[in-house]
Design a protein around this ligand. Structure first.
Ligand code: XMP
Length: 516
């Protein structure tokens, strides 16, 4: 039986990071919304530990999320994080108060008592940086608990009840800014819950395929392919699950990279024998985007048009019930982040926030819990060639969001040619796999230049290359000067329409990777 950890979700933005960390330790984990938790689920013998996540509410609010206190009698180790800590402390008779100094961001905590949770992370008299994000804190610790760490603003930064194996932290061990955070989670999973590390991507692949079979049954699915690793992995998984009940559709929007359409046709027809329909819709997309300059409106129009094309195609095919997409976890949070009750939209990723509210097809998104590097590993387990699994990410709206402002055929072609040169030079230099993502952006402004004694007045091309772990934060790649000079000179010499090339050094945050 696969050992598992149940993560009870109270709505934190970083809950899925907890699941990811646990997967990294070779243990299966399942995220369950707090109101869907049942005694039956938790009483399953495979459950070795329970984690109560953070969340945006205060335990004092009238309808704040709760969990029945039978979970404390199941004799399963529990870890409470932030809101999870406050809820546990309240349910055991402690007191929670609003913090006068709300803490958001990095702070230092120090060990006050030895604990298996903080083993090899915190040492006496050696404060360590953690990441806090809270407005409430414990003012009176429950009788059965003891303090194990504190910070200047928060006396009870970590507490424990060793007898019941309940451990609580006010900070977030799952985010990278908490030094030793991974070790804290590992201590909980391996030493306190005593999980072995038998689970891996091969198991996950099997589970996803079984889940797809269960969900879809005998219905048919269409899968939108973009040429990137996410949709390729999605299609391959679904094909393994339902074979010929899957039809893949590649919509040529006119915003693809150079050679993309041919590559995807070859992969699906030659390597996998998966049915692939190519629909050339570039004319429609260019028409719909005429006169549109606003990035969010551009994204929404593209998302809507995609769905229309899929729905029309599904109607012709009959019995198609699902639309499959390669949505990943970072796409979901950036499109639908919440702070309190307020939606904070950073970008409407076309396969999430860009979808119309009413859709005739049901969505199937088997990668929704995963991060890019995990999807790449899954791709390798599915024998997808390296040329696809190692490809740099490419957004669904394609070059349309890299050509800033209004889109037109001529500029898209200029941008595509520049992008081809930049990527080829990176590959020739052996840098492609070191970089998370590299591409060109075309600015809607012109500058004056001189070529062969003649004045030019052409557009500016920005080169963007970043390193990143998961696309949620990123740093500009530090190229050598001579390489950037070579890129600038090749692009200006070979691509009419561009007479100036600049390199972007902005990290994310405060920038984003794409420009729109
Ligand atoms: P940003 O620009 O938000 O991008 O820093 C983070 C990562 O997401 C990719 N991205 C998208 N992927 N559909 C996608 O499938 C989209 O609409 C979309 N927009 C951005 C981006 O290329 C980067 O890897």
């Amino acid at each position: 039986m696969t050992e598992s950890i149940i993560i009870i979700d109270f709505g934190s933005q970083v809950t899925k990071l907890i699941a990811r960390r646990i997967r990294e330790f070779g243990v299966f984990s399942q995220i369950v919304p707090f109101d869907k938790v049942t005694r039956k689920l938790l009483s399953n013998n495979s459950v070795k530990g329970i984690i109560l996540s953070g969340g945006p509410k205060s335990v004092h609010e009238k309808n704040s999320p709760k969990i029945d206190d039978y979970i404390y009698e199941l004799e399963i180790p529990i870890l409470g994080i932030c809101y999870g800590l406050q809820l546990i402390a309240k349910q055991f008779g402690g007191k929670i108060i609003p913090s006068t100094d709300r803490e958001f961001g990095k702070t230092k905590i120090k060990l006050t008592k030895k604990s298996p949770l903080l083993e090899n992370v915190l040492f006496p008299n050696k404060p360590v940086q953690v990441w806090m994000s809270h407005s409430d804190k414990i003012s009176v610790i429950p009788d059965s608990f003891e303090k194990i760490a504190s910070s200047d603003n928060c006396e009870f930064a970590a507490i424990q009840n060793q007898k019941k194996k309940i451990y609580c932290v006010q900070f977030h061990p799952e985010v990278i800014h908490t030094i030793g955070g991974k070790k804290i989670l590992k201590n909980f999973i391996r030493n306190i819950c005593v999980c072995s590390a038998k689970w891996n991507m091969k198991f996950f692949k099997k589970k996803i395929i079984e889940d797809i079979k269960m969900q879809v049954g005998k219905d048919k699915v269409i899968c939108g392919l973009s040429g990137g690793v996410d949709s390729t992995v999605t299609a391959t998984l679904i094909h393994k699950a339902i074979k010929n009940n899957l039809v893949c559709v590649f919509v040529d929007t006119g915003f693809m990279r150079s050679g993309e359409r041919k590559q995807i046709q070859e992969l699906f027809n030659k390597n996998f024998q998966i049915k692939l329909k190519v629909i050339d819709s570039s004319k429609i997309f260019f028409e719909k985007l005429k006169g549109v300059k606003d990035p969010e409106i551009k994204r929404k129009i593209i998302g809507k048009e995609f769905i229309k094309i899929f729905e029309n195609f599904a109607l012709q095919q009959k019995n198609i019930k699902y639309l499959a997409q390669g949505t990943l976890y970072p796409d979901v949070i950036e499109s639908k982040s919440k702070i309190g009750n307020t939606n904070v939209i950073i970008k409407s990723h076309h396969n999430v926030g860009g979808l119309p509210k009413k859709m005739k097809l049901k969505l199937l998104e088997p990668l929704k819990e995963l991060f890019k590097d995990e999807v790449r590993e899954l791709g390798r387990k599915l024998n997808i060639p390296k040329t696809f699994t190692n490809r740099h990410p490419f957004p669904g709206p394609g070059l349309a969001i890299r050509l800033l402002g209004e889109v037109n055929q001529k500029d898209i072609s200029i941008l595509r040619n520049a992008d081809k040169i930049f990527i080829q030079l990176i590959k020739d230099e052996g840098l492609y796999d070191e970089i998370w993502q590299a591409f060109c952006v075309l600015l809607p402004v012109k500058t004056v230049g001189v070529m062969g004694d003649k004045r030019t007045y052409e557009k500016i091309c920005i080169l963007r290359a970043v390193t990143s772990l998961d696309g949620m934060t990123a740093e500009a790649y530090k190229f050598k000067n001579h390489f950037l000079e070579k890129c600038a000179s090749e692009i200006v010499n070979k691509v009419p329409g561009i007479n100036r090339v600049c390199y972007d050094y902005t990290s994310k945050p405060p920038g984003t990777i794409e420009y729109e």
